[in-house]
Design a protein around this ligand. Structure first.
Ligand SMILES: *Cc1c(COP(=O)(O)O)cnc(C)c1O
Length: 392
């Protein structure tokens, strides 16, 4: 215990606001890191102030530790942890682009990201081309020399698990001196390490935290770019709350176990659905017959826990109605957590798309997306089977 010089003469209210300090001897420290709720730090005169922790909106030891853990885990140089996956996306776009610049992306994209590119970046004079997924000739043609600064894509895509040929995108981008950002949320944090994308974006709300009780995002990649993007995310006030930092660090400890089990169950359920007479289409890159199976196998070690499928029209009036026929599996947004959840893709992800676009992308009245959790897969297939076979 260290007692400040004049403590004994202080009044009660002064003492209560300056509790006694309990220093730890070297090597005696909490095994689980503390939650750094402090919004401010005292300054040491041993090094410049701005090389220290100063203010909670900028950083704290817990947040920085999580950033370094994630950078290492993903095999990237540095990382910024922010308050949501969408803050990661907008932070990257606003950090790397300015008025007069142009970016390219594919139409198959997490909906709020697509809306931000279409409706908000344009307000700041940042133009975009939104292409059909997998049209690599068009991708090269869409590059405007001197103007196009970024190609952004997602793989696998939401909601139908289409796979982007990352090698092809990188070749085109490097040849034309354009930066590449990838949203790898659907695959999780441990995959795609071998691809030299400049920026990797993750919604930690999904597999990273894994328990469905935190919203957070991460931006990882080249140190020089991370430095530029960090200035933007700081001005956006996108820092993550200390309690959430703690929960993500805790969630990450079981990441590999969860992912392995969820992928294994997803493979079983994808096979069950593809053999079911009431199911029209199943989209899961782990299925041998899936059009992306081969490409996905060269890019990913694990095929993930999300499956997209379409029921036959005789099963229910709509995908929404089908969801409410299920008993164990709940209708809810998001994915990658411990409980299995399902959502109709048209009502959740199709609102800003035209009828033709939705048709081309396989989003309709009967399409669904299911995220497999940690339940026993037999209970899940029983629940699905009952809803598929009961009269509508
Ligand atoms: C969920 C999601 C996001 C957004 O993440 P939030 O944490 O919900 O803001 C971005 N990209 C993809 C692919 C997602 O699935």
């Amino acid at each position: 215990m260290t007692i400040k010089k004049h403590r004994n003469s202080w009044s009660v209210s002064t003492k209560l606001n300056h509790p006694v300090e309990v220093p730890l001897v070297d090597g005696n420290k909490p095994l689980i890191q503390p939650i750094y709720h402090s919004a401010k730090f005292t300054m040491s005169d041993s090094i410049p102030y701005w090389d220290q922790f100063v203010y909670g909106r900028i950083s704290n030891p817990g947040l920085r530790r999580l950033e370094l853990t994630l950078a290492e885990f993903q095999g990237r140089e540095d990382c910024i942890v922010v308050s949501s996956g969408i803050a990661a996306l907008t932070g990257v776009f606003l950090g790397l682009l300015k008025s007069g610049d142009h970016m390219i992306t594919f139409r198959d994209l997490y909906k709020p990201g697509r809306v931000f590119i279409k409706d908000y970046l344009s307000r700041f004079g940042i133009e975009s081309s939104i292409l059909k997924l997998g049209d690599y000739k068009e991708l090269e043609k869409a590059i405007i020399p001197g103007k196009t600064k970024l190609i952004h894509f997602e793989s696998p895509t939401n909601p139908n698990l289409e796979i982007v040929d990352i090698k092809k995108v990188l070749e085109i981008a490097k040849r034309n001196n354009v930066l590449v950002s990838m949203d790898g949320t659907f695959a999780g944090l441990h995959q795609h390490k071998k691809f030299d994308v400049d920026i990797m974006i993750q919604s930690l709300t999904k597999f990273g935290n894994g328990h469905g009780d935190v919203i957070a995002g991460a931006i990882s990649g080249r140190k020089d770019l991370i430095k530029i993007i960090r200035e933007m995310t700081l001005y956006l006030g996108a820092h993550l709350d200390p309690q959430a930092v703690y929960l993500i660090e805790r969630g990450l400890k079981t990441y590999m176990l969860r992912y392995e089990r969820q992928t294994k169950s997803a493979q079983e359920i994808a096979i069950f659905l593809s053999n079911h007479p009431k199911v029209k289409i199943v989209r899961y890159p782990g299925l041998l017959e899936n059009k992306w199976h081969e490409l996905a196998s060269t890019q990913m070690e694990d095929m993930g826990a999300v499956i997209s499928f379409e029921i036959k029209s005789e099963v229910a009036q709509s995908a929404d109605k089908f969801c409410h026929k299920l008993n164990l599996i709940q209708i809810a947004a998001s994915f990658g957590a411990t409980e299995t959840i399902i959502c109709p893709t048209e009502t959740f992800f199709g609102v800003d798309l035209s009828k033709e676009e939705k048709e081309e992308m396989g989003i309709n009245k009967f399409s669904l997306r299911i995220s497999i959790g940690l339940e026993d897969p037999v209970d899940l297939t029983n629940d699905l089977n009952e809803a598929l076979c009961s009269p509508s």
